[in-house]
Design a protein around this ligand. Structure first.
Ligand SMILES: C[S@@+](CC[C@H](N)C(=O)[O-])C[C@H]1O[C@@H](n2cnc3c(N)ncnc32)[C@H](O)[C@@H]1O
Length: 279
């Protein structure tokens, strides 16, 4: 029997986690172990935040430090996965920040779906698939017949494998109205499975935003709540690459608390709180 998907829990650090000074030697050792063990390159992540999270995570599991955590993770596949989840923070939900989706629909998605022959959208850092399925539902509601290509990518193979299945526990369906559940999902045991109509729109792919080439052109790129722990130079590089991947007139859609400080330097034009246009 298949294991039902785990409901996503926000990653909370224990309050008793010591606030540790960054130890550069130990940090480099941990980063090198993380690269070989988990395939995650931390070179462009903010070390102080990563160090705090790693040590909080180790403490919460009764381990004295990052070295002990790495040693245990080598032996224990479930700890290894929890370590990846903690580093990549794959918490997400359907229609996350609904007001931002309302703006996307009103200002961009409707016009594109009703005015173009086809629409190409990239959900970069898609986690368990809530975001690409949200896009798929909106697209089918607005224009049931317009061809839509949704590329859904993530660094983490495990979340991607679960996203591909499109099966969600009741607790994960909070953002999906009864009408949308009835139209786009079917009941399987105690879970909800996205119908093939949605699945058909989405192409899933493992992709590291910091290392891999970017596909193009896109009308919309959603990269929400992904770059929080990236260094500033890494973010600038990423935004430049997103601009290159957008078609002129395309839009970059960021998370509710994210913004691009020096936006003109990356050749984008702000359009509302979390939207940026390629001129
Ligand atoms: C908090 S989730 C965001 C999910 C969704 N975009 C949302 O806003 O709800 C962040 C996701 O970014 C992914 N991620 C982190 N670093 C990444 C990288 N370098 N390349 C691609 N994805 C990455 C994580 O694996 C995680 O699934």
């Amino acid at each position: 029997m298949e294991t039902p998907p785990r409901p996503e829990q926000p990653v909370t650090l224990p309050t008793f986690a010591p606030v540790l000074e960054l130890d550069p030697v130990a940090y480099d050792r941990m980063a090198s172990d993380v690269r070989s063990l988990l395939g995650i390159d931390l070179a462009q992540y903010k070390p102080a935040q990563v160090w705090r999270r790693v040590n909080g995570f180790a403490t919460a599991r009764g381990l004295p430090n990052a070295d002990a955590l790495v040693a245990r993770a080598r032996q224990d596949p479930s700890l290894r996965q929890a370590f990846v989840d903690m580093l990549t923070i794959n918490v997400s939900e359907f229609f996350r920040n609904p007001e931002a989706w309302d703006v996307l629909v009103a200002q961009y998605l409707k016009l594109m779906l009703l005015g173009q022959l086809s629409v190409r959208i990239w959900s970069a850092g898609c986690s368990l698939g809530f975001e690409p399925f949200t896009i798929a539902m909106l697209s089918r509601e607005i224009a049931p017949h317009t061809p839509v290509y949704i590329l859904a990518t993530d660094l983490d193979e495990t979340v991607l494998a679960r996203a591909r299945k499109g099966v969600y526990a009741e607790a994960q369906m909070a953002g999906v109205s009864p009408a949308r559940r009835a139209r786009f999902f079917r009941r399987v045991d105690n879970s909800w499975e996205a119908k093939p109509e949605l699945q058909a729109l989405i192409t899933w792919r493992r992709h590291d935003l910091l290392r891999d080439p970017y596909e193009k052109p896109f009308d919309i790129i959603c990269c929400r709540n992904v770059v929080i722990y990236f260094t500033e130079p890494a973010k600038v590089e990423l935004y430049n690459r997103f601009r290159e991947s957008l078609r002129p007139g395309g839009v970059l859609f960021l998370g509710a608390t994210e913004s691009i400080p020096n936006v003109r330097a990356v050749g984008l034009v702000p359009s509302g709180l979390t939207f940026y246009n390629r001129p």
